[in-house]
Design a protein around this ligand. Structure first.
Ligand code: NAD
Length: 277
């Protein structure tokens, strides 16, 4: 099966496949192109004929309905179908997976052991939990190496994911929690931005300005956390002057259980990721 194969070291020479050309695949592929780490004609994406996704073709990627062919012609394969579709896809592509291939699953809740069991023995398999802000190269991802990956494989995935934003190596025990926080997290932030914008509109601002101010406020706050290294609550204290407007708003948030809700949200998504495993 595994034959002689020298792992390519230069990412720009490698070909990538996305098996499942949906939202996450598109976000990652567009991010890679924006980062200039991979050329469009080195990326192949697949989807069933009935639900083809022309978007990636529009930006110069190859598109095929044939999963096996895409795997055969690629070095790194991102398994980016929905978790319940993955077992069937693994069964379909297993006969063409060799030592050449680095198999990277982004599916929530599908364990490494399951992936390794469904693919040929000693297959190089990794799990990655990315999020859709990869499309603007502000993703937050972790990767977990499987039992048979080589040191170079981790380095390749680390540099690919780093081109899409923040990334770190993790262990599988943490991946559901990462899913609940970062994988699903953009949706919490989008909802927060929309709600803040509603507040602005309620108090008389035009919708467009409200959305811009809300988004830029979250972006600015995020940058301050990342760039000052200060604890978020220190930064919060810094903007709460005694008897001022902000502490009045914080009181409203606390009365409504704002923190409790966010903790519940992360827990809910994490437990759901574990339940669909
Ligand atoms: P999606 O529904 O947008 O994409 C799934 C794609 O798979 C579609 O293009 C669909 O046509 C294609 N597909 C269906 N059956 C197929 C088959 N047999 N062979 C090849 N392609 C097939 O879903 P998504 O949101 O992109 O999620 C994909 C994976 O990414 C999931 O496993 C999810 O857990 C993971 N993920 C998603 C996010 C996110 O924010 N969307 C974040 C982290 C991880």
């Amino acid at each position: 099966l595994m034959g002689d194969y020298t792992v390519k070291k230069d990412i720009s020479e490698m070909s990538l496949a996305f098996v499942g050309a949906g939202k996450m695949a598109q976000a990652m592929a567009k991010g890679f192109l924006a980062a200039g780490v991979v050329k469009a004609d080195h990326i192949t994406a697949t989807a069933p004929s009935c639900r083809s996704q022309p978007t990636l073709e529009d930006i110069g990627c190859q598109f095929t309905h044939n999963n096996k062919e895409a795997v055969e012609n690629s070095d790194i394969i991102f398994l980016s179908v929905k978790p319940h579709i993955l077992p069937g896809v693994l069964q379909e592509i297993a006969p063409v997976v060799t030592k050449r291939h680095l198999m990277v699953s982004v599916a929530a809740g599908v364990p490494l052991q399951f992936l390794e069991e469904k693919l040929p023995p000693k297959s190089r398999v990794m799990r990655v939990m990315p999020n859709t802000p990869c499309v603007v190269r502000q993703g937050a991802s972790v990767y977990v190496p499987g039992s048979h990956v080589e040191k170079e494989d981790s380095e390749i995935i680390k540099s690919l994911l780093s081109s899409l934003g923040y990334c770190s190596e993790s262990n599988e025990g943490m991946i559901s929690a990462v899913t609940g926080l970062a994988g699903s997290g953009p949706a919490y932030a989008f909802t927060a931005i929309d709600a803040l914008a509603d507040g602005g509109v309620k108090m008389g601002l035009p919708r467009e300005l409200s959305i811009k101010l809300a988004a830029q406020t979250l972006l600015g706050a995020s940058k301050m956390v990342l760039e000052t290294g200060k604890h978020p609550m220190q930064l919060k204290d810094d903007v709460c002057s005694p008897g001022g407007t902000t502490i009045y708003a914080i009181h409203k948030l606390e009365s409504g259980g704002f923190r409790n809700l966010l903790i519940d949200a992360v827990e809910g998504a994490c437990l759901r990721a574990e339940a669909i495993a």
